[in-house]
Design a protein around this ligand. Structure first.
Ligand code: ADP
Length: 667
């Protein structure tokens, strides 16, 4: 086909996406002088990407299928705003060949490969057949059409356990199960098929040998419509939870120069097999020595910034230039690898509760400045709502440095200086990962996070002297500021001091832990704080986001957020969540919520796994919910009897609704 029909110069770009990637694409498009059009759902009226774009079009209700996945609405939005091209970002319709074709049919430039290339690479099964022919190394496996139980069981047996059952249409780790023995195969296929059907509308399965101590290595490629195809080195994304990437880096610390050249050449061969145009990624699984092709992603990836930082190339700029019909500006031997980059994905989720997404309003959003090798690609701001409808990634923090060690240090410091409140985030977990000695020495595989979860989610240390003093100082600063807002307050008058020596008692608690007490002495003379027998002189100086606290002559910086009686502090010892025990409130121990078997988020009941009256061990599965496209199994909080099941398969349940009742078995 005449390539000018597919790729040509345009001035207005519609970004068919949301969140950080929509913001990221808008930034480069604007720098290239393009007019940008955002699209949004009813849940995203106030979203950051809408604010950033020159124009924005409402697509429809919050549910993705009514908005970001609605091809007709998107094409209509382009028509309404005079957009000439569409950038799909990642996720949503980015790898949907029908969407690419619909854009073409509507006379729009699709920033990406053609529908034919996507179809060839889109299914894991189909692409593996193609790679087999092209001589790209594959993991041993079965990727045939026949899906009956007997065929799959026979294939699994031949490959040898452990194996991986995978949805051919899969992405984001969904529809994938490790199976270690023949007996586990049938139920794994049923549940993987169910998840795949719900997430991708397609439940074709393939089976692969499960590679031992697997590492994930992938190569960035980009092709133009003139037949040029480049590889831009590799990324390693071995740190994953539930087969989903958490930390990514470039180059891979596992490969030497010769292995690097081998994997990049294999990637060029893979992309070359379909004469690929656009940015894409060839993914490999590796046992640390050899690499085996697993799939190609025919789009820009979440982790593309690490490649940008080591090559100095703006991949979105190159995507747009390819879409303009230009030739790639550099030759393969002109692509240079410089230094090392590491990225961390900041999610609204709770690592201590099986990475359950967290929804709500972001009350505090403080991230460090983009300086000293730090880059932040964010999709949210203070005051934004995180809704249960979309992926819970808030931002990416990326650090570059000449060496891997320094890049990790910079990233960790950036994470430590970040305060995001109102929702639960994985920031402390990311910090724990970046400081883990095995991550530092690259002694990891894709199962590392699951194995080390207890260490990585360790409860914060108990607050010490510094934190208790900081808590009091934070409250005093807060009261002073509140008083400052009222003109007649005595705090307003310079030098005002209550007459004589006075005392004020405070008590703080972490979770359900013991109360810790501290007394403030103030009035005439310098203020002091008393903890037990110790009396400490202290002063504070307020600054952005917190204060400097000088305790017995040692100054340290404290970040503080106060939300009613909840105090959040960051000191040199780490992060602390303190509850200020109200001296007048007569607080009772709140109901321990964790024992209730309730929907943690809105979701759909997809399986009931136990019967009423059944005796349950602690941790026994009771039912499975689909929450944000992921299956979550709710389990017995203690040994007991299942008194009641209050839902049935297919029920759509709201957050907090009680789904089952377990009565403890007394012993
Ligand atoms: P998705 O498209 O859902 O991300 P992938 O096929 O890319 O699925 O696999 C996701 C992750 O699972 C990979 O990053 C890799 O770490 C792991 N993985 C995939 N295939 C294998 C395999 N055969 N053996 C071991 N690990 C694998």
């Amino acid at each position: 086909m005449d390539r000018s029909k597919l790729y040509r110069r345009f001035r207005t770009l519609l970004i068919a996406n949301r969140g950080e990637i929509a913001c990221r694409v808008i930034r480069t498009a604007r720098a290239m002088g393009l007019r940008t059009v955002a699209v949004y759902s009813e849940a995203d009226r106030e979203a950051m990407h809408v604010a950033l774009a020159d124009e924005a079009v409402l697509l429809g209700p919050a549910r993705a299928r009514d908005s970001y996945l609605n091809v007709e609405r998107l094409i209509e939005a382009a028509r309404k705003t005079g957009a000439e091209a569409v950038h799909p970002g990642y996720g949503f319709l980015s790898e949907n060949a029908e969407f690419a074709q619909a854009c073409f049919d509507a006379g729009l430039v699709f920033v990406g490969p053609t529908a034919e290339m996507m179809n060839a690479m889109g299914s894991k099964s189909g692409s593996k057949a193609l790679m087999e022919k092209a001589g790209v190394p594959l993991v041993p496996g079965y990727h045939g059409e026949a899906q009956d139980e007997a065929t799959l069981a026979k294939a699994a047996d031949k490959i040898g356990f452990p194996i991986l059952v995978k949805a051919s249409a899969g992405g984001g780790g969904r529809g994938m199960r490790i199976v270690r023995s023949a007996g586990e195969l049938a139920p794994a296929i049923v549940s993987a098929k169910r998840e795949a059907k719900a997430a991708f509308g397609d439940d074709l399965m393939l089976i692969e040998k499960y590679v031992d101590n697997p590492r994930h290595i992938e190569v960035q490629v980009i092709g133009d419509s003139h037949g040029n195809l480049l590889s831009l080195f590799e990324r390693e994304c071995t740190l994953q939870r539930r087969h989903q990437k958490v930390i990514e880096e470039a180059p891979s610390p596992t490969l030497n120069a010769a292995q690097r050249e081998t994997v990049c050449a294999a990637a060029r061969k893979a992309a070359g097999a379909v004469n690929y145009v656009g940015a894409g990624t060839i993914e490999f699984v590796s046992d640390g020595k050899d690499v085996f092709f697993i799939e190609m992603n025919t789009r820009l990836q979440v982790e593309h910034p690490v490649t940008e930082l080591i090559t100095g190339i703006d991949l979105v700029e190159w995507q747009l230039r390819v879409a303009f019909g230009e030739a790639l500006p550099l030759k393969q031997d002109e692509i240079r690898l410089n230094g090392h980059a590491v990225e961390a994905r900041v999610y609204a989720e709770n690592p201590t509760r099986n990475f359950m997404p967290s929804v709500g309003r972001i009350s505090t959003w403080r991230l460090p400045a983009e300086a000293g090798g730090l880059r932040i690609d964010a999709g949210y701001r203070e005051g934004d709502a995180v809704s249960p409808y979309y992926d819970a990634m808030l931002a990416k923090m990326i650090a570059w440095a000449p060496t891997r060690d320094v890049a990790i240090e910079r990233l960790n410091r950036g994470l430590e200086e970040s305060d995001v409140r109102g929702i639960v985030t994985n920031i402390p977990f990311l910090s724990a990962l970046m400081t883990h000695p095995k991550v530092r020495t690259n002694a990891i595989d894709t199962g590392f996070i699951e194995r080390e979860l207890a260490v990585l989610t360790q409860a914060a240390p108990a607050p010490g002297e510094l934190e208790l003093c900081a808590a009091v100082a934070a409250i005093l600063n807060d009261e002073r500021q509140a008083a400052g807002a009222q003109a007649s307050s005595p705090w307003q008058t310079f030098g005002w001091q209550p007459v004589g020596r006075r005392q004020r008692n405070f008590a703080f608690r972490v979770g359900h832990g013991p109360e810790q007490r501290i007394t403030l002495n103030y009035g005439s003379g310098p203020s002091t704080l008393v903890i037990g027998e110790r009396e400490l002189a202290f002063t504070t100086t307020a600054k952005e986001g917190g204060f400097d606290l000088t305790l017995d002559g040692v100054k340290s910086s404290v970040a503080a957020v106060i939300d009613g009686h909840e105090l959040y502090l960051r000191t040199r010892n780490g992060r602390f969540d303190l509850h200020w025990v109200d001296p007048f409130g007569g607080e009772s121990e709140e109901q321990a919520g964790e024992d209730k078997i309730a929907a943690p988020l809105p979701g759909t009941v997809v399986a009931v796994l136990a019967e009423e009256g059944a005796k349950l061990e602690k941790g026994a599965p009771i039912l499975t919910l689909e929450v944000m496209k992921m299956e979550q199994t709710l389990r017995a909080p203690f040994a007991g009897v299942l008194k009641a099941i209050r839902c049935k398969v297919g029920d759509i349940v709201q957050e907090g609704v009680e789904l089952a009742v377990v009565e403890p078995s007394g012993e």
